[in-house]
Design a protein around this ligand. Sequence first.
Ligand SMILES: C=C(CC[C@@H](C)[C@H]1CC[C@H]2C3=CC[C@H]4[C@H](C)[C@@H](O)CC[C@]4(C)[C@H]3CC[C@]12C)C(C)C
Ligand SMILES: C[S@@+](CC[C@H](N)C(=O)[O-])C[C@H]1O[C@@H](n2cnc3c(N)ncnc32)[C@H](O)[C@@H]1O
Length: 393
Amino acid sequence: MSVQLPSVKTIWFYPNGTIKAIIAFISITLFSLFSLSPMDSLALFCTGALIAGGLFWFVCILGPAEQKGKRAVDLSGGSISAEKVQDNYKQYWSFFRRPKEIETAEKVPDFVDTFYNLVTDIYEWGWGQSFHFSPSIPGKSHRDATRIHEEMAVDLIDVKPGDRILDVGCGVGGPMRAIASHSRAKVVGITINEYQVNRARLHNKKAGLEDLCEVVCGNFLEMPFQDNSFDGAYSIEATCHAPQLEDVYAEIFRVLKPGSLYVSYEWVTTEKYRADNPEHVDIIQGIERGDALPGLRNYKDIAEMARKVGFEIVKERDLAKPPAQPWWTRLKMGRIAYWRNHILVTILSALGIAPKGTVDVHEMLFVTADHLTRGGETGIFTPMHMILCRKPE
Ligand SMILES: C=C(CC[C@@H](C)[C@H]1CC[C@H]2C3=CC[C@H]4[C@H](C)[C@@H](O)CC[C@]4(C)[C@H]3CC[C@]12C)C(C)C
Ligand SMILES: C[S@@+](CC[C@H](N)C(=O)[O-])C[C@H]1O[C@@H](n2cnc3c(N)ncnc32)[C@H](O)[C@@H]1O
């Protein structure tokens, strides 16, 4: 008969293991206290209390990672097996080393898929279930500010309960759930990444929103949906991954019913961006490399692409412009917590709990957080250039 031994992970990280560890710690402490002189006992007790307090502050209080959803001990490489994470990370970088040839455009969806296998768990753990930014709102939490930004999208496309709407590039479905609850519309999300599909379905089930939210794995450049089959559509910080914006816009146009609306929050360079300024170029290239972007577009190109595929432009505005408060505050404030996360990821990876390569991926995100913050502070980049379009009747 074979005996199933518990893994290190089971003993030390699951509640049962944690209780055993606490009991062991208390027993050793009590034993030491009783076998030492009163002064030594007091010193030992104070040191122990200081270390425990420090650890508690470091792990739980210092900018806690989003606690619902993912834990550091569950970090994985998405659909990539643990031993291949490091190779896939190297493969991801090789994309940027090649010259931008025409054939590269065809490889973009695969490269984006690899990227999301590598980052999805870290995003969920350190940011939450909505993979986008939102302007900060004084007196409101980040979670509330995120929800308000998402609800604004569905309010703009004017949908009714029971309507069928499309979420283009839905991630693990944070926006989809907020939008379905707010509007009571049926939301169909599409993402290229199979791991995200599974995560999104799991979250939908847990939230009791399975009837309103459906998730499909597919490429938004060739969507598996019929012509004229949606009452509205939105994309939140997702179409920036398309090598040609007009290709994804044309697909959205095709599946929308005539007269219905589409809103997008686009990642773009602003009017302040200067291609002859080396600092600007460095920031934008840093954003492209750390966020799997085939090339950031300028805000001026967005409406042109939308018109080219047949849309009428109803509204266009950078939602990051004043009176909106900075969207990068949360990113900047989290810096000390990122160091804490980095130490955690390094330890977990060394223990073999997180896949090798997780440290590299985390470091890449650390660097991109800085480029994004600089993009926001200089005003040369926005992740929320909003465009509202209508498919003519
Ligand atoms: C729309 C896109 C993603 C936008 C954001 C959700 C993510 C962009 C950068 C990400 C992060 C940077 C730093 C990470 C940190 C080092 C780690 O400890 C915890 C997670 C981060 C905060 C992570 C979270 C998600 C981002 C903010 C793109 C890809 C088009
Ligand atoms: C930054 S995430 C945003 C996710 C979601 N909109 C949110 O705000 O949480 C970008 C999303 O676009 C999806 N995506 C990128 N390229 C895609 C493609 N060619 N086809 C389908 N989905 C794609 C990614 O898989 C990911 O889910």
